[in-house]
Design a protein around this ligand. Structure first.
Ligand code: FAD
Length: 538
């Protein structure tokens, strides 16, 4: 009894002082964890020198075949054995209900400089591929600014970067997938072979159609630096209009920049970032700024300084690609409010960011509930011409800044016919003379203003209203984050026509969970959200 009370009090104290816990425990622990991971990668590479990719894949095939021989009553749905806490997803899919198959695939397999592709195993991370490609003069056409994201996770979830206004989502830069199916076969999936139906459904499938064991991705030639121009905007109309023009949404012949992004600091205050690959000579050397050094201000704080007066600088390419990593966009601020203070940066900045894996590892049930009830983490893909309404809606519902905007092409690949979970954009929205429409990712991360001001806030109401707005404008919620939709609403947002056919053809029913069941939060977000809202209003 006494022990129980002490334990409850200790948990409460830990929850109330999460920032301190993160600095005292998570930062050093995540540093050690990182060392361990680096060591493991080194060891894996040494060991994998003795096994070929084919042998590693064969091991996975054997496990699926063994599973298929189990009696029906013992056949739980298949999933990877990768622990939940290693995934960047905010949800905790209950893997105990599944038959877990280890996917120990951590190698870069080949680089084809003639055809500009790289072939990798799925657990290669964004940081690792940057280290591999950039010294050779390349980068992935589409990546993500978080070093720990895996290339396989991005392929089966979704990826989008500031290059996406030129090429689209991460899936558009995938040439082929190597997949172990529910039958234990290994198949190569391209957009033009007999598995092209599967090709279009694997993105946004979250491992519900097969195991990914290899991936060939498009790469682009690069220069060592990115020349950045920071353009301040002081009205909503100004940044909405400028981003339409700069992204090529109004005219397919616009000469667009290599990288394009907007950070919105207030409804009427934003900085547009225009980046181009560049070399640096002795004259421009003074303008080089390596924004990733631990003692430098967080990137979005640095960019905010250009609101007063625009400016320019050169950022080394790898630092540009990982510019949001140290503050995980701006998520770290709500965990370590003093994290951008110069003193903190000087002494402990090198330990940032806390590893997402450790943050998830230390999340108790109560913290998990509080996180989604009192914070918001959403990335939403919506048509760029609705940006003003997007911002108005997000501000009304969540009242939190900054907001992230990445323009991104969404393609019509099949003349309007089903083409996977994302529908072809309506003809009226296509950029004239093309088969794509300009959408954007709206990233909303942080603590809602209402929560900060201790005003009534109902997370269920806010999230469901945002999802309804998203459906109404023909957009999509990223499925790494908590969704509040019913299955019916989910099926309205996503086109499940081809997905359902593919599940039948590749015998996925009974073998892999269905998409909605895989990505829906493991806790009852609606009722917990209502409970927190009631508490707030009392
Ligand atoms: C704060 C924050 C901001 C973000 N911002 C962006 C953004 O701006 N743009 C963007 O594109 N994304 C963004 N993301 C989301 C991120 O891209 C996703 O979480 C993505 O899925 C990569 O994470 P991961 O490598 O941990 O993949 P995981 O979560 O591990 O994998 C994704 C899914 O694929 C399945 N899977 C993975 N590997 C395999 C395999 N080998 N076989 C079968 N199934 C597999 C997993 O089970 C899971 O369902 C953001 C995430 C956070 C937390």
């Amino acid at each position: 009894m006494v022990l129980g009370t002490v334990k409850a009090k200790a948990i409460r104290w830990l929850e109330d002082n999460r920032g301190l816990v993160i600095v005292l425990f998570c930062l050093p622990a995540s540093f050690l964890f990182d060392l361990f991971i680096q060591f493991r990668i080194w060891l894996d590479r040494k060991l994998s020198a003795t096994t070929s990719h084919q042998q590693r894949v064969q091991k996975i095939q054997d496990q699926v075949t063994e599973w298929s021989k189990l009696p029906d009553s013992e056949q739980k749905p298949l999933c990877t054995a990768r622990p939940n806490w290693l995934s960047l997803s905010t949800t905790f899919f209950d893997k105990r209900k599944c038959h877990q198959v280890p996917i120990d695939l951590h190698d870069v397999l080949s680089l084809d400089e003639k055809n500009l592709t790289v072939t990798v195993e799925p657990n290669i991370t964004v940081r690792e591929i940057c280290k591999f490609l950039i010294p050779k003069g390349y980068t992935l056409a589409v990546t993500l600014e978080i070093g720990d994201a895996t290339l396989g996770g991005l392929a089966f979830g979704v990826g989008m970067t500031t290059y996406s206004h030129k090429v689209g989502l991460y899936q558009e830069a995938i040439v082929s997938y190597e997949v172990v199916t529910a039958d234990g076969n290994v198949i190569t999936v391209t957009d033009s072979n007999e598995h092209s139906d599967l090709f279009y459904c694997l993105p946004w499938s979250h491992g519900t159609l097969g195991f990914l064991v290899g991936l060939t991705l498009r790469i682009v030639k690069v220069k060592p630096y990115v020349h950045m121009e920071y353009i301040p905007c002081h009205s909503q109309d100004e940044y909405c209009k400028k981003i339409m023009e700069l992204s090529g949404a109004t005219d397919k012949n616009t000469k667009v920049a290599d990288y394009l992004e907007v950070t919105i600091y207030d409804k009427n205050e934003a900085v547009i970032m225009v980046g181009n690959f560049a070399d640096v000579d002795s004259k421009s050397n003074a303008k080089v700024n390596d924004v990733c050094w631990f003692y430098k201000p967080w990137f979005y704080k640095h960019v905010e300084t250009f609101l007063k007066k625009g400016g320019e600088e050169y950022i080394p390419l790898e630092s540009y690609l990982l510019r949001h990593n140290r503050a995980i966009f701006w998520v770290v601020e709500s965990m370590i409010p003093f994290g951008n203070h110069p003193v903190f940066r000087a002494f402990l900045g090198w330990l940032c960011p806390p590893k997402p894996a450790f943050l998830k590892f230390t999340t108790t049930q109560a913290v998990r509930e509080m996180t989604f009830a009192k914070q918001v983490f959403q990335d939403i893909v919506m048509p760029l011409d609705t940006l003003k309404e997007q911002v108005d809606t997000a501000v009304k519902l969540f009242d939190t800044y900054p907001l992230l905007v990445y323009p991104c092409r969404i393609y019509d690949h099949k003349g309007g016919a089903p083409q996977g979970q994302l529908r072809a954009p309506p003809k009226s929205r296509l950029v004239p003379g093309t088969n794509y429409s300009m959408f954007n990712d709206l990233g909303v991360y942080g603590t809602p203003g209402q929560v900060e001001r201790r005003e009534p806030y109902n997370p269920t109401h806010a999230m469901r209203a945002m999802e309804k707005f998203t459906r109404d404008v023909g957009g999509y919620s990223f499925l790494y984050a908590d969704i509040f939709m019913s299955e019916e609403e989910f099926n309205e947002m996503f086109d499940m026509t081809l997905y359902n056919q593919v599940r039948l053809r590749y015998h996925c029913d009974g073998a892999f969970p269905r998409l909605y069941d895989k990505v829906k939060p493991e806790i009852d977000v609606i009722s917990i959200g209502e409970t927190y809202a009631v508490k707030k209003e009392e």
